[in-house]
Design a protein around this ligand. Sequence first.
Ligand code: NAP
Ligand code: ZN
Ligand code: ZN
Length: 352
Amino acid sequence: MSLTHVKAFGTEAKDKDLQEMTIMRREVQPNDVEIDILYCGVCHSDLHTARNDWGGSVYPAVPGHEIIGKITKVGPEVTKFKVGDLAGVGCMVDSCRECESCKKDLEQYCMNGFTGTYNSPDRYMANQRTYGGYSQTVVVDEDFVLKIPENLDLAATAPLLCAGITTYSPLRHWNVTEGSKVAVVGLGGLGHMAVKLAKGMGAEVTLFSRSPDKIQDAMDLGADSVVISTYENEMNAVKGKFDLIIDTVPYDHDINPYIATLGISGTLVLVGYLGKMEDMLNTVPMILGRKSVAGSVIGGIKETQEMLDFCGEKGITSEIEIIKMQDINEAYGRMLKSDVKYRFVIDMKSLA
Ligand code: NAP
Ligand code: ZN
Ligand code: ZN
């Protein structure tokens, strides 16, 4: 298979800054499209991967899985796209397509492992890892490429490809509808999308945050109320209230205080922290209140398209700060301090 050289930004080791590098992309195959990347969102998972927070990162690593661009080439068997179309790529670029999950449009739960947009074993090139959207172009099978609503701001749409679908999917799975009482923990990239999407579905939305300076923003984004999670009196005031809590916090934290705020049969869905939790889970409120603690990862391709169309109809996009590719290390530093309102998006022209 012939390869093309593409300019990218990535890291050589977990303790190194990101820097410019050259990666190889495969030539367009019969079902592939080539996308000229215009914008790429910056997810906290990019940082976790660059710094090997989860273990398993392989270097060089090129993050980026909130990709928006224009199609520049199509393979002869491509039917859904033509040159010049807008296109999106999220967290997956392939899966086995044969297992029970894949057959049910749940490629994110592929039993043979989906191919992540970055840092996954490549299904096309032996012994290679995938490289993400901090790059000029990407080549993806059309089945894993999304159509972008024409009415939305392109840069602000990029974060829907991960932050959007990751919060949309549990909201839908747990049947959020008009009047549902939904809470969101953490107002970052995922959290602010959760607030907007839950509101778009008609829910009454509460934000849990550690940051009093985010109260006004949360209300402007559509939250009906904000609870500062470090204030005991505010936590007590919402005991037993919520049908669903979406917890987006990226690091270990005690979830027992949030479980206390679930109503009977309520569910707390973890989407942020990946790993063992130090604080013991108290089963008493769960047993006596039929409460659940659950997890969820991104969403399938079909559901991602549904989410994009929903956002197109409702005019929902992300709140963004546009940066240059060269500013990425500083952006990671600010993300660690929760100093981003509310998603960095890289203008890929800066890499040209
Ligand atoms: P982010 O923009 O950095 O936002 C995280 C928010 O969590 C912060 O704004 C802050 O909100 C709160 N927070 C941060 N550190 C905290 C701590 N130590 N204790 C309590 N709260 C804290 O991150 P993101 O991009 O939204 O990603 C969130 C997490 O989801 C990451 O771990 C990411 O890897 C993961 N993720 C999962 C999936 C999935 O499919 N499950 C998909 C994408 C990302 P306040 O200031 O309001 O407290
Ligand atoms: Zn992500
Ligand atoms: Zn599969």
